[in-house]
Write a protein that binds this ligand. Structure first.
Ligand code: COA
Length: 208
């Protein structure tokens, strides 16, 4: 008998999704344990991913914000699919470990923005981020959006390897830098926690 298709270490030969990504129902915003698990994941991933950018005391999000985003249907959650799953029905029946999330907001009829894209470090670099991004783009198209936007905070005085990689990735995915934003103006409460000078780059992609 052949072994089950690998899920984490590389693409599944069948192209089976390795993640279950969905917007939790609004009622799950009242489940304190579920909300805290997402908050903890996001804060851990961003503290690791943005190491060097922030002073002590910075956290990316809070339980209140996560609950609010869930209630508004703006936070998609990614869980590991079953390694042995071969059908969509089987995948749905085996919801697994929480590994990531992404916030998607429809700003206007034609424009969506993505933020808080986070994947557990254990599962980074394996193509799961790509799966999450594809989900976001498909979702935005389903809303009738033609443009997807995102921001990236980049230190100006040194090369931050993850930020450099992310910018290159966004460009490979068809995003173009459209403008520089003023981080301090948009997030005045967070600006004092920055460790050094940054540039806040806005990227956009035409979805169709
Ligand atoms: C952003 C994030 C979700 C991406 O997830 P991931 O699992 O690392 O993504 P993938 O494995 O799908 O890789 C994404 C791209 O980076 C490339 N890549 C992966 N590891 C790499 C590495 N070490 N060096 C260079 N490129 C790399 C992949 O080839 C892929 O590009 P491709 O789709 O053109 O082939 C994840 O890195 C993360 O949570 N980072 C911390 C939080 C963060 O920075 N969020 C975004 C804020 S702007």
């Amino acid at each position: 008998m052949s072994p089950p298709a690998p899920v984490i270490d590389g693409e599944t030969p069948s192209g089976t999704p390795r993640l279950l990504i969905e917007f939790p129902p609004a009622a799950s915003a009242d489940n304190a344990a579920d909300v805290s698990a997402i908050t903890e994941l996001v804060n851990r991933v961003f503290i690791e991913g943005e190491a060097g950018i922030w002073n002590n005391g910075y956290v990316r999000t809070s339980d209140a914000e996560v609950a609010d985003l869930i209630r508004k249907g703006q936070l998609a959650v990614a869980r590991l699919a079953s390694p042995a799953a071969t059908s969509a029905k089987e995948l749905l029946g085996r919801k697994g470990r929480l590994v990531g999330c992404v916030c998607v907001k429809q700003n206007s009829g034609s424009m969506c923005t993505l933020s808080m894209l986070a994947l557990d470090k254990t599962y980074q670099g394996l193509g799961l981020g790509r799966e999450m991004f594809q989900f976001v783009e498909d979702y935005c198209l389903s809303l009738g959006c033609t443009t997807l936007g995102l921001d990236i905070l980049v230190p100006t005085t040194y090369d931050h390897p993850l930020k450099t990689r992310m910018q290159a990735w966004y460009k490979r995915r068809g995003f173009r830098e459209t403008r520089l934003a003023d981080f301090a103006e948009e997030y005045p409460a967070l600006a004092p926690l920055l460790r050094g000078p940054v540039v806040y780059r806005v990227f956009e992609k035409k979805l169709r």
